[in-house]
Write a protein that binds this ligand. Structure first.
Ligand code: FA5
Length: 346
């Protein structure tokens, strides 16, 4: 009664032509939509003109036709969707050329002084030190007078100073933090003070007018030179990752008594003599000493109850040693290629 086969063939032909999911949808509407061929078959047939047997046959044929049509359309739709996706992927692949060189994303780099400072801070924090900072523009008092360097003292000439207006100076050393910290925290105290210092100096490969020091100050009961040496050896062992031989020579600084120059056995030649240590086998590394009683007093600490040690290492020079940097002027050159060479190990 219904030309099931011919309708299905017609549907198959239409689906074969439909290349995209959207076109399949148009075919579905054409056959199964509200005014679709198959839908209209049901609507436009005059059932009253059919006998009961014919009605049943017609009904089941129509249902079967719809079922098969839906199946064909669903299969075609799934197939076109899959093809569309494959096409999109192929297009993306064609656009993505894996042989092209990658984009060079510039990562920032840390300045070698920053790297050394971070390392130092971690080492000292491990030994229970606070990390403190103080002003770069300093008063004469904290930079000199409080450190037992009165105005007419010859030691004042040791550090050529940049003078600012109003009796202020650019600090010549991080020792300027010592009395500030004692005033603020009292004793006992364990602190380091990394920071920038300034001296009116002629520049050469090992002298800058702007450089970094790292000051250390320990004040407690019964502090002796033995404590100083132990801390210095622990520090250098961590920095150079092996046991380091050190020696103390007498050194003069008005704010320590006794004062020393701590030398490290040359890490480049193991003390045999090379150009770095000028064939002496030793590198002058850390000026240090026991805190002068007058400094403790200036900080409000009783020198009869407390003693201490202090050291002021040149962090810029340490970075030169650690990274084998031959000329101090590179640090402030502002040349990014310089900074980018140093590995960031955080
Ligand atoms: C001082 O500045 C003392 N305040 C150190 C100190 C602290 C002694 C605590 C005792 C107790 P000195 O002037 O030697 O000392 O400088 C210390 C270090 O700073 C030097 O060993 C050197 O590594 C570094 N330094 C000094 N001047 C310069 C410079 N012009 N360029 C680069 N580094 C410098």
């Amino acid at each position: 009664m219904i030309g099931v086969e011919s309708i299905l063939r017609e549907l198959e032909a239409a689906l074969a032509e439909a290349q995209t999911p959207e076109q399949v949808e148009l075919v579905r509407v054409r056959f199964l939509g509200r005014k679709g061929t198959i839908t209209l078959l049901g609507k436009e047939t005059d059932f009253r003109s059919l006998g009961p047997e014919e009605r049943r046959t017609f009904g089941s044929q129509l249902n079967e036709l719809k079922r098969q049509a839906e199946e064909l359309i669903a299969a075609a739709l799934a197939d076109r969707r899959q093809r569309a996706q494959a096409r999109a992927e192929a297009e993306a692949r064609a656009k993505l050329d894996l042989t092209l060189p990658g984009k060079d994303r510039r990562l920032g780099a840390l300045h070698p002084i920053t790297l050394v400072q971070m390392e130092m801070e971690a080492i000292f924090e491990g030994m229970g030190f606070m990390v403190l900072t103080g002003p770069e523009v300093e008063t004469e008092y904290y930079n000199f007078d409080a450190l037992n360097i009165p105005p007419d003292h010859p030691a004042r000439d040791m550090q050529d100073t940049f003078w600012l207006e109003g009796g202020l100076i650019l600090r010549t050393h991080t020792s300027a933090n010592q009395v500030r910290a004692l005033e603020r925290y009292g004793a006992p105290l364990r602190a380091i003070f990394p920071g920038r210092c300034f001296r009116y100096e002629a520049m050469d490969a090992s002298h800058e007018n702007t450089f970094y020091q790292l000051e250390g100050l320990v004040v407690d009961r019964d502090i002796s030179v033995a404590n100083l040496i132990a801390v210095m050896k622990a520090l250098l062992g961590e920095v150079f990752q092996r046991e380091v031989k050190v020696r103390l020579r007498p050194g003069f600084f008005p704010f320590v008594e006794p004062g020393f120059e701590l030398d490290q056995q040359c890490p480049f030649c193991q003390g045999n003599g090379c150009s770095v240590c000028k064939h002496s086998g030793w590198i002058e590394l850390i000026p240090c000493g026991l805190v002068h009683p007058k400094v403790l007093e200036a900080g409000g600490v009783d020198p009869h109850k407390f003693s201490g040690f202090a050291f002021g290492m040149g962090m810029t020079r340490l970075a030169m040693l650690k990274f084998g940097i031959p000329d101090i002027r590179l640090f402030n050159s502002g040349d990014l290629r310089f900074c980018e060479q140093f590995p960031v190990v955080l």
